[in-house]
Design a protein around this ligand. Sequence first.
Ligand SMILES: NC(=O)c1ccc[n+]([C@@H]2O[C@H](COP(=O)([O-])OP(=O)(O)OC[C@H]3O[C@@H](n4cnc5c(N)ncnc54)[C@H](O)[C@@H]3O)[C@@H](O)[C@H]2O)c1
Length: 253
Amino acid sequence: MNTAITPGRFDGKVAIVTGAGSGIGLATTVRLASEGARVIAADVSSERLDALVAANRSLDIVAVAGDITVEENVQALIAAAGDKIDVLANVAGIMDAFLPAAEVDDATWERVMNVNVTAVMRLTRAVLPKMLAEGSGSIVNVTSEAGLRGASAGAAYTTSKHAVVGFTKNTSVMYSGSGIRVNAVAPGGVKTNIEAPFKSEHAGRVLGPVLGALALVPAEPEQLAAAITWLLSDDSANVSGVVLASDGGWSAI
Ligand SMILES: NC(=O)c1ccc[n+]([C@@H]2O[C@H](COP(=O)([O-])OP(=O)(O)OC[C@H]3O[C@@H](n4cnc5c(N)ncnc54)[C@H](O)[C@@H]3O)[C@@H](O)[C@H]2O)c1
């Protein structure tokens, strides 16, 4: 995938990336670090983080394993970052087995909300004091096509990704005068390790024909990292509160 980096764009910057062990978070971590950032890489999988660090020994990547829905683990990320945090990419997320409202179980609902929404709030809440002290900061949250419409996942995931859009816009407005920008990226399909089993016959009947008719071509994680790092960088200095679709045009249909 030809997504040329911009050398030095994040020189001297400290970044936190969640979901750094796989897919979009991994590509974002490598790109940020390749462009000069010191990256605190967060993932629940220590094996994936070990592999990330081993494959990128020349880059400044600090692995911190832990479930980001737990406040103590969030605080461990803040401690690893040190005195300042310039950049936060809230990338970690999980799918919901496409369960519609009549079929969704409490465990699925709560886990999806905790990982996709509450953890985004926890990380944002934790970095803001340091960003406010510096008078600058850039945050990107990963939503989804499911944050824009109702036909690409189950009830829990769709609700969670719409919530990410609302949280992004509210936080952008609240800190617009403080030098802090908050944006979201909405991927379409991307070739990653995300698990998305269809566990509902009803959802298959309703969504199958809709999704099947679209002839969607999945993106490479590096293409999403390009959009995320643009929003994280000073290249997008006048942009805040937007939801940037990187979906090959799906959201225009
Ligand atoms: N892949 C797609 O087609 C697609 C489409 C739209 C949106 N997204 C979104 O992109 C983001 C990244 O997904 P991906 O496709 O790269 O998935 P992925 O499964 O390849 O990577 C996600 C990483 O997040 C980690 N993670 C999950 N829960 C965690 C937790 N509680 N604490 C810490 N780490 C955790 C996983 O271990 C994994 O390494 C997600 O928010 C997802 O909803 C993906």
